[in-house]
Design a binder for this molecule. Sequence first.
Ligand code: ADP
Ligand code: MG
Length: 243
Amino acid sequence: MTRAEPAIRVSIEQKVFPAIADRPEHVVLAGVELTIERGSFVVLTGPSGCGKSTMLNIVAGLDTEYEGAVVFGEDTAKLAFMFQTPRLLPWRTVEENVALVLDDDTPNPTEKVAAILLRVGLSEAANAYPERLSLGMQRRAALARAFVIEPDILLMDEPFVSLDDPSADSLRALLIELWNRRPTTVLFVTHDRIEAVMLATRLIRLGGRPAHIVQDTGVDLSPDERLDREKVLAWRMRLFENA
Ligand SMILES: Nc1ncnc2c1ncn2[C@@H]1O[C@H](COP(=O)(O)OP(=O)(O)O)[C@@H](O)[C@H]1O
Ligand SMILES: [Mg+2]
């Protein structure tokens, strides 16, 4: 494959959760075909329980029990995943949590960690343990840990849920800044429509039973416009008018 090739091709013919106890067999996804271009910020949205996390886990390779294929383009080996909970090790400091994900042969690891902590505004908390931090700061640490490896592909599953609005907004602004600084292919799951519009260069909506892609739209907003509430609300109206 060449650099012009897409970063990821997803083809999920069918994803079935088998019957367990009194729960019948459940076809969650069917006929999901998606080609993700390099450097795009794809937001996957849809109602709660429709299968967004299931799809992300398939792309991440965490779930291999499905019919179909996920193919990555060349030079897309470095994958980072950011979950709903920050998943920091409580017995390690912020700095250690971030350093842990670097390969042993990474040049200047200390400088790399310090640089990313500075960027996310956590320099002063470098030696703190996660439990001493607010949830917003823990999420900043998780964001630093995702970006420190300079991933080719970043998969994010509702990483900013259960934050107050100002904290969530400042993390979204930070994510936009990090993504602009070093274009990365992102697949971001959220059920929050405002968040979806703020972040996406391409918005994919899942719907139906079993879930499939019901909408696929480009979002043409500049980085500054993404922080402009009125612009974002106008786009939300336009994108979700039929929802
Ligand atoms: N391990 C599992 N076993 C059985 N059913 C599951 C499992 N994980 C998720 N589901 C079901 O699959 C559907 C989609 O779940 P999920 O992908 O988590 O939705 P979303 O992330 O869109 O909220 C839901 O009905 C959920 O209950
Ligand atoms: Mg989910």
